[in-house]
Structures are given as C-alpha cells and as structure tokens.
Design a protein around this ligand. Structure first.
Ligand code: MG
Ligand code: MG
Length: 245
C-alpha cells in the first residue's frame, strides 16, 4: 500500500473489497428505509440493521465509536436523525410519525474495509419543502462525486457541493463544522472533505484515494448545537435537516 502523508491509497483489489462493504451498507440502508413507518421506534430500526450486519458477516463501524476520543461510546449501529436533528442522532424510544424527515447514517467493516453511507427519506409522504431539502442535498452529493476526479483537488469537491446547494436558491444552510472524509481500513481517515470550498484548493486527488462525500444541509440557519447526550447535532433554529453520503 503506497501512502501519501496520512492518506491511505488503495490498490484495485482493495477497492473491490471496499465495494463489498459499501454494498452491504447500501442493502441494509434500503431495508431500514423499507421498515420505517409511522409507529416504529428508531431503536427498532437500529435493531433491524444490527441483525442484518451479523447476517452479512460484517461488524459495525459505529458501535462504541468515540471511546478513544473522550466521547461516550456510541451506543448503536446507526445514527438516526429526525427533523431538526442534523447528524449523529442516537436511536431510542422515539416513535416515528407520518411526515417525519429521517436521516440514517450507517457504516460497516467487512474483511477489514469500511463502508459508510447516509440517506434521507420521509415517513410516508414528505411535505414539499422537506422533499426539496432532501433532493437538493442528494443532488449536491452527486455533484461532489462528479467533481472527485484524478487531478482535481478537495476544494473542487466542496465547491461543487456548495454550488449545487446555492443554485437551488432556497436559502438552505450548509453545515461547515462536519465534513466528509477519507475512508478505508478505518472509517475516518484524512483528508477531510468539506462541503464548501474553492476550486483548485486543498489536497490533490490521486488514484487510489477513497472518499466519503456527505453534504449536511438545513432548511434554515446552518448554526448547530449538540445535545446533552454529547452526540446528537441539532439546528439551533429548529429548522429541518437532510444528510446524504
Ligand atoms: Mg456516515
Ligand atoms: Mg462519513
């Protein structure tokens, strides 16, 4: 494995293994979305994901995360963030209702390689503004992925994400203090991948880099707060948020 300073470059064979981990993540996220309906608790959704991780021969990338960083160990295999929760929501007794805007962030390790992805969806029908928020966030993720080319730079990704969100002219907030990241033999690796950026700035993108690109977007202000559980990130103004990775 060649290394740039702090950046793990993967061989084609290693990327094939990462793809397997990513497909496990995608399949389980689909199952969670299917199961999310009015009356179910976020903890029940987490349990469903937990069972499917075991069935896939994988392990959770999220469970107990943070223990080494002075945070309470994360107590679940998914982050489920509802409505004004932006990211890192802890699954629990919360009962989902029709019209809730739900983001599920989920990661596994399979054969030593990590996959990490997030989706946002509605419980039943979403109100049109919530649907637009999620759709713009998803489009921004794809804009960022399109900008991730050999020879481009990290700032090109952030600029593509930011430009896509600004182009919606909806006045959405773009979260700056949480970012995407390198991924591979660890879930979080250098470099950070911000969701705002200037073209041509930042780390050069080279063959073998694997990045998680994950815009977090709010319907109002991008100012956030963290709840007493030390994990759940919410919008200060109570506006709703979406997250795609
Ligand atoms: Mg994630
Ligand atoms: Mg991530």
């Amino acid at each position: 494995m060649r290394r740039r300073p702090g950046i793990e470059l993967k061989s084609a064979d290693q990327i094939r293994l990462m793809r397997v981990a990513g497909l496990v993540v995608a399949r389980i996220l689909d199952a969670v979305r299917e199961a999310a309906r009015p009356g179910i608790t976020t903890k029940e959704l987490d349990q469903l994901a937990c069972e499917q991780i075991a069935a896939a021969g994988a392990t959770s990338s999220f469970l107990d995360y943070g223990a080494g960083f002075g945070l309470p160990p994360f107590p679940a295999v998914t982050c489920i963030s509802v409505n004004s929760e932006v990211v890192h929501g802890i699954p629990g007794e919360r009962v989902l209702s029709a019209g809730d805007l739900v983001s599920v962030d989920f990661g596994v390790s399979k054969d030593g390689w990590h996959g990490d992805s997030a989706i946002t969806f509605g419980v039943g029908e979403l109100a049109p503004p919530d649907a637009a928020l999620s759709e713009t966030t998803r489009e921004a993720m794809w804009a960022g992925i399109s900008a991730a080319r050999i020879g481009a730079r990290i700032g090109d990704i952030g600029n593509a994400v930011e430009s896509c969100i600004r182009a919606s002219r909806a006045g959405f907030g773009i979260i700056a203090e949480y970012t995407g990241h390198g991924i591979g033999s660890q879930m979080h690796q250098p470099p950070d991948v911000p969701n705002l950026g200037r073209p041509g700035r930042g780390e050069l993108l080279v063959k073998g880099m694997c990045l998680a690109i994950e815009p977090m977007v709010t319907a109002g202000s991008a100012v956030t707060a963290t709840l007493e559980d030390e994990w759940t990130v919410v919008t200060r103004d109570g506006s709703r948020a979406a997250h795609w990775e």
